[in-house]
Design a protein around this ligand. Sequence first.
Ligand SMILES: NC(=O)c1ccc[n+]([C@@H]2O[C@H](COP(=O)([O-])OP(=O)(O)OC[C@H]3O[C@@H](n4cnc5c(N)ncnc54)[C@H](O)[C@@H]3O)[C@@H](O)[C@H]2O)c1
Length: 330
Amino acid sequence: MTETVLVTGGAGYIGSHTALALLEAGHRVVVIDNLINSRPGALAEVEDLTGHPIVFVEGDATDEKLVEHTIRENAVTAVIHMAALKAVGESVEKPLDYYGNNLESAIATLAAMRTCDVWKFVFSSSATVYGDPESNPIPETAAIGAASPYGRTKEMIEMIIEDVAASDDRWQITSLRYFNPIGAHESGRIAESPIGKPNNLMPMVMDVAAGRREKVLVYGNDWPTIDGTGVRDYIHVMDLVEGHVAALEQMTDGSGYQVFNLGQGRGTSVLELIAAVEEATGFAINYEIVGRRAGDIAECVADPRLANEQLGWKTRRTTADACRDSWNSQ
Ligand SMILES: NC(=O)c1ccc[n+]([C@@H]2O[C@H](COP(=O)([O-])OP(=O)(O)OC[C@H]3O[C@@H](n4cnc5c(N)ncnc54)[C@H](O)[C@@H]3O)[C@@H](O)[C@H]2O)c1
């Protein structure tokens, strides 16, 4: 079935790639974004790459009336809710901004959907809800307990949407817990380009490779991991967004509330990622080992089997592919 999908936060890194995957799968795309961490240019590139238009509304997803109007005007049939502030460190300094923006935008979007009789909702959750996991790989049934205000916004929204789903059988709601998205579309024309200083490892490594930054700071080499640096499950952004299309397309009447991990199921340390970028770019990446960051954890790797089995989805691209595509997008 062809859907008209509202992607809140759709001008951002994952949102613009999601728009592309949705259009390529034959769906229509409407975006609401307040451009707090993005530029609309990425969506123009997506229109150009796919040959399909995107309806772009510059505005705030906390504005229930705006969301309602956008849904009605465009006959939206499903929503992927990505609008959020996402920097873990900043969330410790500005918790009210994070709780305000992330919770209010989710609640306003859900309320507008209910008013407009639209019931398919996919939520951008995060592996940060697992906090410091007891063991790896992490299944969806593992205990949750986020360690930062940002992570707690995701945990709280998951609780809210579970209650919302239970309140009315018409809801079809899926939380996707992303591990660490990296990479870019193979065209290199849309990229991860946050406003201001990047917070995630890959954009920092790319900044060093491109000569915009002197070195990568590696936070700790005394973790109980293969080489002492933190281990994460890096997933190519195109694999990640294909998971959204799969999640949307498998929703059926009565599917209720579902939760899936989206990850490769394979861990890579910081030093291994740096080596993979050196290989992909041919440049030596200067780095410095500094102390651990408060709230960091040793390892976080997905068990993606539930999504593999129930969504018929699996990752097709490697970490090396993601390094090449990130570099290509620079
Ligand atoms: N990138 C990651 O590592 C990662 C990991 C797990 C989960 N996520 C989640 O995925 C989603 C997308 O992340 P991203 O990496 O693309 O980040 P991003 O910052 O590139 O995209 C988020 C977009 O939301 C917009 N936005 C924020 N608040 C808004 C509001 N109130 N109304 C309208 N637009 C708003 C921003 O301008 C931005 O374009 C977020 O919900 C994020 O928390 C990201």
